[in-house]
Design a protein around this ligand. Structure first.
Ligand SMILES: [Zn+2]
Length: 392
């Protein structure tokens, strides 16, 4: 056992380099007001439903922002033909879960406690704001689709990369502010920080703003189909350029802001953030890459302990229903969220989910700050994994 004095000496010895930690400096470049402004910018396109002009305008706007940060962009093009429309409206009313309530949460686990209502709003008149209702009025049409991504090329290992993602499409006749403006803005803010003129990373980072998540992650699937086979190939040979670096991991962000706890017995939700609010990092235990994904999840929990200012993070094993899904049998894949997707969001813990109330004005600074803490977590984790440094 060391004496207290020795411990103090040890701590100062390990603390010294931290003062000079470039990742900490980069995390410090994330700001609440900037994060809010980026979410706000996305909400000008309403619910950004796939297959509409408002969705295409949002893709253009995101691309212009990424370029303005100095992050070079490219697009994935694909075709979307929907299955016959799902006419299911909102799910059941609130009430205590358990046997007789039927379904288990997607991705595994069990519903516990009080469940609130879930489902997708398809009624325009449920949106009380005339202007927003008009903005969201154009219906979706099958056909060509696009998504945008941008890339920070690594210095010593440009041939390897991490993919940081969020989905820019939404639905429900609101502004898709939380689902998933909050994750989209997080990815954009990370692209901004990592694209700083004094920032370099040893490995490559790709910032992906998926489209068509709400219809089954068709953009992520198109990305895998089109670019998966190109991984790690130098092109042209001898150029030192890798159009598609080898995928080391995928970190998805989907619904980052609202952690107000379990519904009350009447199905309503607290107006206040719960005091135990946290970031939920999930991997999928039922996948080929479960061991690697779990390891990645712990790295991000460590990054949260080290770099996030206000909220802790916890790891769960039932990642589901977002764009990291198509990657789970290919590479290490995790998602960061406000709650567990299956047993909590799936049980109605987020009353704005796919509803007209998912608008910027619904959220408090505490909610936005939870999203910012997820940004700090991912920036810390990805900055560490890719060897981020600052040019002197
Ligand atoms: Zn989502």
């Amino acid at each position: 056992m060391p004496t207290l004095a020795q411990r103090g000496a040890d701590q100062s010895a390990t603390a010294a380099p931290e003062a000079d930690d470039p990742v900490k400096t980069l995390v410090g470049r994330l700001e609440l007001e900037q994060y809010k402004a980026t979410v706000k910018g996305l909400t000008q396109f309403g619910d950004r439903r796939q297959g509409t002009d408002r969705n295409r305008m949002a893709v253009d706007w995101i691309e212009a922002q990424l370029k303005s940060y100095g992050c070079p962009t490219e697009r994935i093009k694909y075709e979307y033909q929907p299955n016959p429309p799902n006419t299911a409206g909102r799910g059941g009313a609130g009430g205590r879960g358990g046997a007789g309530r039927g379904s288990l949460p997607p991705g595994g686990g069990r519903f516990k406690g009080v469940r609130g209502r879930t489902g997708v709003n398809t009624d325009p008149m449920a949106q009380p704001d005339d202007t927003l209702r008009a903005l969201n009025m154009q219906p979706t049409e099958p056909g060509p689709r696009e998504m945008v991504y941008c890339t920070k090329v690594g210095t010593t290992h440009p041939e390897e990369m991490y993919i940081v993602g969020g989905h820019m499409d939404g639905h429900g006749w609101g502004e898709a502010a939380n689902d998933d403006g909050s994750g989209t803005a997080l990815v954009m803010e990370l692209a901004r920080v990592f694209s700083g003129p004094d920032v370099q990373t040893e490995r490559t980072i790709r910032f992906a703003l998926w489209n068509n998540e709400e219809t089954g992650s068709q953009a992520a699937r198109a990305y895998i189909a089109q670019r998966g086979p190109m991984q790690g190939k130098e092109d042209p040979p001898g150029s030192g350029k890798y159009p598609e670096p080898k995928w080391l991991g995928m970190i998805q962000h989907d619904m980052m802001m609202f952690d107000h706890g379990m519904p009350f017995e009447d199905g309503t939700i607290s107006k206040e953030q719960r005091r135990e609010a946290d970031v939920n990092i999930e991997f999928q235990s039922n996948s080929k890459m479960a061991a690697e994904s779990q390891k990645l999840a712990w790295i991000f929990q460590d990054a949260n302990e080290k770099y996030a200012t206000d909220y802790p993070a916890f790891v769960g094993r039932h990642m589901t229903n977002t764009d990291s899904g198509p990657f789970i049998d290919l590479i290490a894949a995790i998602s960061l969220r406000e709650n567990e997707r299956g047993a909590q969001i799936g049980a109605g813990w987020d009353p704005q989910w796919h509803q007209p109330t998912d608008v910027f004005a619904t959220y408090s600074d505490k909610d936005f700050r939870l999203g910012l803490n997820a940004a700090q977590t991912t920036l810390g984790g990805v900055g560490t994994l890719t060897g981020a440094t600052l040019k002197k």
